[in-house]
Design a protein around this ligand. Structure first.
Ligand code: CAA
Length: 248
């Protein structure tokens, strides 16, 4: 079972750019790190690669768009490792396109993977966190949920919705030792951002006052801080990390 000095953290979408950096940082911090994946082949290669680099990450399958699948994953983690003390809702996809051409499939795929997933995972861990009197829920949103972005009606809606969820759940569990926060990264050097056409990406980078993409480890350090005891008075917050691209 987990103890105060060996807490269990679950990172959804662990094998992506941000997920990888978070898993490494949290492992270095001393957590038992559990990574969630959907693509088994990719997860096996990833896990071996991290193992070779000295990071021992436990891997569990779930389709985060499915409530049942998340429930099965979390009950396995609970019985094999212990209660999840820190949940990082990080899994996310893009299906970009101008709204007038957006299909219902591309709308629902993004809403279910990026927003329903937050309910699907958090619902299964929240009561054990309350019973224990400690918990951290960290939702990885986006600058584009704060300000909108051409071609991302689905993604922006999901990412803005995440923070509405954060604010309400933070209030509901504030007196139970559980904090709930949103992190809104700007454009970070991940495969997701590198998939944007070079010309458009360069136009976006030109709008970032720091003149560069963020590093995945810069986001990972913020996750590490929010997960720690030092962040115990921060709840319901939306922390921007975007190089000055969106200030308000
Ligand atoms: N702003 C204003 N107008 C734009 C535009 C923009 N950014 N992009 C396209 N348009 C215009 C076009 O010029 C065209 O105008 P006309 O009809 O007058 O000719 C019209 O909008 C429609 O264009 P298209 O539908 O043909 O657009 P497209 O297919 O060329 O491009 C897109 C659409 C793929 C969404 C493209 O705009 C794009 O890639 N945008 C970037 C999306 C983005 O930032 N995604 C972030 C991914 S990473 C991520 O999400 C991580 C994170 O959290 C930050």
């Amino acid at each position: 079972m987990s103890t105060p000095d060996k807490r269990v953290v679950l990172v959804t979408g662990a094998t992506g750019g941000l997920g990888t950096a978070m898993c490494k940082k949290l492992y270095e911090d001393g957590y038992i790190v559990v990574g969630n994946y959907r693509n088994e082949e990719k997860a096996k290669v990833w896990q071996q690669q991290l193992h070779d680099e000295g990071f021992d990450i436990r891997m569990y399958y779930a389709d985060v768009a499915s409530y049942e699948s998340c429930g099965e994953m979390i009950s396995k983690i609970t019985s094999e490792i212990g209660n999840v003390d820190v949940l990082v809702n990080n899994a996310g996809i893009t299906k970009d396109g101008a709204f007038r051409k957006m299909t219902p499939e591309n709308w629902h795929a993004v809403i279910s993977t990026n927003l329903d997933s937050v309910f699907n995972c958090t619902r299964h861990v929240i009561n054990p966190m309350i019973d224990k009197g400690f918990g951290r829920v960290i939702n990885i949103s986006s600058v584009n949920g704060q300000r909108g972005q051409f071609g991302q009606a689905n993604y922006s809606a999901a990412k803005a919705g995440m923070h509405g969820f954060t604010k309400t759940l933070a209030m509901e569990v504030a007196n139970k030792g559980v904090t709930v926060n949103t992190i809104s990264p700007g454009y970070i050097g991940t495969d997701m951002v590198m998939a944007v056409k070079e010309e458009i990406r360069n136009q976006i980078i030109a709008q970032i006052p720091m003149g560069r993409l963020g590093g995945t480890e810069e986001v990972a350090y913020l996750v590490s801080f929010l997960a720690s005891e030092h962040a115990s008075f921060i709840t319901g917050a939306n922390l921007s990390i975007n190089g000055g691209q969106h200030v308000y």
